[in-house]
Design a protein around this ligand. Structure first.
Ligand code: DQA
Length: 163
């Protein structure tokens, strides 16, 4: 069974109450519920977490190396500031889909740069909550057509072959 880690960054716990003209009225719980439903339909196990702390997100990303086949992440404001999150995503070597509810390229200049996009397989921005579902469908298709073992397993096998 495919295992995907879904990470929500800072302030996304306030969805539904936060700047609704930009982010809409859906709560994070509602988004997670629709993601879990799609996960069940596709046969993907989802582990969904939210944090307001950069270091906590980095630690969870590091764990993904051995435990998950892919990551869906909305790094929220850390998108535009965090080299630590980018480095962690690059280090784990699992496919990453970056999601934003709003279209970050239509907003303030400082939101147009993402540290994460350069290490992501794909980017979905501007579709609201639907973006998470598109990300899961896209990742599911990608994993179906590529080798689908967590990165540490792939590494072990490569090492085993060399012996
Ligand atoms: C966001 C866009 C970011 O610029 C912002 O800091 C967020 C949410 C989005 O989902 O549209 O918190 O990632």
């Amino acid at each position: 069974m495919l295992r995907v880690l879904v990470l929500h960054g800072p302030n996304l716990n306030m969805l539904g109450a936060r700047e609704t003209s930009i982010y809409g009225s859906a709560t994070l719980d509602a988004i997670d519920t629709s993601l879990k439903k799609l996960g069940e339909d596709l046969g993907v196990t989802l582990d969904i977490r939210q944090s307001n702390l950069e270091g906590e997100l980095v630690t969870w990303i590091q764990e993904a190396r051995s435990d998950y086949h892919g990551i869906i992440i909305n790094p929220a404001a850390y998108t535009h500031t965090s080299i630590a999150i980018r480095d962690a995503l690059a280090a784990v070597n699992v496919p990453v889909i970056e999601v934003h509810l709003s279209n970050i390229h239509r907003r303030e200049e400082f939101r147009r740069h993402s540290y994460v996009s350069g290490v992501a397989l794909g980017l979905i921005t501007g579709f609201g909550p639907t973006g998470y579902l598109l990300a899961l469908r896209g990742l599911h298709e990608y994993l179906g057509s590529h080798e689908s073992k967590p990165a540490s397993h792939r590494l072990n096998r490569t090492r085993a072959r060399k012996r």
